[in-house]
Design a protein around this ligand. Structure first.
Ligand code: SAH
Length: 244
């Protein structure tokens, strides 16, 4: 029989001022089932527990003046060290930050392979810069927009990692055909009814001819990528040329 630790494939450690935001959406549906079944684990550390005063304060005014508050270096340094003492060496240590490199499907795969991640969620104006360099924290962004905290970004990123874990999604092959896996966007899907509001399903999909269906899907993927994502398209074309 498998013990729970044999099944465990991924651990997420979250440093946050709002531990009650987790697991949040990750406690539902397939990710939630995976969490219950012990395929992945979630640990939260409340940054406030590392405060050094009786008011449990964690932030202070920005050096040099200006609006907002900044999470203090001493408090955060201790919180990160506590998290690192629980982490494996190869788990990435990341800070959710609009200044970071953008999270992609490749990042999701890298975290999955590492078997875990430690994520620092910022609030207010952000965190004292010294901690990021002293602890060699990698900054990762969800996209070019500003959230009020790192928690929703962490949840979105973790969702994409967890669905890659064997046993979380039903059919493993659905993962291979998805957007970005091959460098292309996914082809369109159809299901019943065969005719809806006078609109039919593309004929080839009802042909039962697997080769033709695969060919059609690839053509649609290429077409969509070329039109919608010229950036992905040029990378794809280059990779195809190098293959030939
Ligand atoms: N003053 C900062 C924004 C602070 S937003 C700036 O202009 O860059 C507060 C917190 O939300 C940040 O510390 C960060 O942890 C999180 N956050 C905001 N936008 C984000 C994004 N696009 N991706 C990931 N985290 C983000």
């Amino acid at each position: 029989m498998q013990s729970p630790s044999d099944k465990l494939q991924f651990t997420a450690q979250l440093l946050t001022l709002f531990p009650e935001m987790f697991p949040g959406p990750l406690g539902q549906s397939l990710a939630g089932k995976g969490l219950k079944d012990g395929l992945w684990a979630l640990k939260t550390l409340d940054i406030r527990d590392f405060s050094r005063d009786k008011h449990r304060s964690v932030d202070d005014t920005p050096a040099g003046g200006g609006a907002g508050m900044v999470i203090r270096a001493d408090v955060l340094g201790d919180a990160i060290d506590a998290a690192l003492s629980e982490a494996k060496d190869d788990w990435p240590l990341v800070y959710m930050s609009p200044r970071g490199r953008q999270f992609t499907q490749q990042t999701a795969k890298r975290w999955q392979k590492a078997g875990g991640v430690t994520i620092l969620c910022g609030r207010f104006e952000g965190v004292d810069e010294r901690v990021l360099s002293a602890r060699d924290v990698e900054e990762i962004s969800l996209g070019d927009f500003v959230l009020s905290g790192g928690e929703p970004a962490a949840i979105a990123m973790l969702d994409s990692v967890i669905r890659l874990l064997p046993g979380v999604m039903g059919a493993a092959e659905t993962l291979n055909e998805e957007s970005f896996t091959s460098g292309l966007l996914e082809y369109p899907h159809y299901t019943r009814p065969a005719v809806w509001e006078g609109l039919e399903i593309p004929e080839v999909l009802s042909s039962g001819h697997h080769g033709k269906i695969a060919e059609w899907r690839l053509k649609m993927s290429e077409e969509l990528t070329r039109i919608r994502r010229p950036d992905l398209w040029s990378t794809y074309v280059l990779a195809q040329k190098q293959k030939d």
